[in-house]
Design a protein around this ligand. Sequence first.
Ligand SMILES: [Fe+2]
Length: 266
Amino acid sequence: MPETLVDPLFRAFAAPAFTDRHLANLAAGTVAAVRVPGFLDAAACEAALGAVDRLPTGEYDAARVPTRIVRFGPALNDFRHSDGSLDADRYWVAAEAARVAWQRAGLRPDPIAVSLARLGAAWGAAVSPATIGGRPVFGGTLREINAGALIHYDDVNREYPNGVFDQDVVAQLAFNAWVAVPSNGGETSVWRHRWEPADEAHRDAYGYRSCTVDHVQRVTLGPELGDGLLFNPNNFHAVAPNPGEKRVAFAFFLGLTTTGQLIAWS
Ligand SMILES: [Fe+2]
C-alpha cells in the first residue's frame, strides 16, 4: 500500500497497561488495537485453562457458522428474533445456566473479574454489566477457535436497532485475553473498514468475503499467552485458522455509554 494512503493512527501497539486514553482512542476509532503483554499471569492462564474442561461448552449451529468454534457462555447476538428484538426467554435461561456453571467452575483467579477490574481502574470507574430491565446480562465468554473466524464486524447498535440494554451505547470495544495459544496461526486481523450497505452483496454465512477488505489497511496480531487485546469491533475483523493446536480466549464486549460509563456484555 503506498505510504500516502496509510492512516498513521490506525496501528496496533503494545503497552504495559490499558489507559483511559487507549479506551478513548479505540472508542473514537482512530487506533486499530492495543495489546498488553502478560495482562494475565501464568497462574491465571493455567487456572482458566483447567476450568475449561469443567465448563459446559457447546458449538455453534454448523449451518450458520461453518468454522468450528467451541464456546462457553451465551452471546446476545445468538438470541435475536428476526425483527431485531431479543429472544428474552431463551436468553435468560442460557445466561443463568452460564452464571451457575461459571461459579461452579470456581476460577481462582477469575480472569473475567480480573480483566474488568483492571479496565475499570484504567477508566476511573468500575465496569458494570449491561442490564436489560434492570437485570445484568452475562458478561464473559470463552471461545476455543481453532478453525478461524470469518471476516465480520460486531455492532450492538446494528444488531439491536431498537436498543437492547437499559444503557445507550455510543462506542463498542472487544476484549480478548488468551489462555492457550498455538505456535502457528490463530492471528487476529483488524481492517480499517466499517460496514457499508454495499458489503451485503458479499455475504458469506455470518461473515463477508475477502473482497470487502481487499486493498484496505489492516493490522494483524498473533496470539500470545496471557496477552490482553482491545480493538473496536465495528472494524471488520477475522481470526486465521490454527489447525491442530488450541487457541482459547476469554472475551467480552465493552460499551461506552451516553453517560460516560463502561458496561460489559457478551
Ligand atoms: Fe467479532
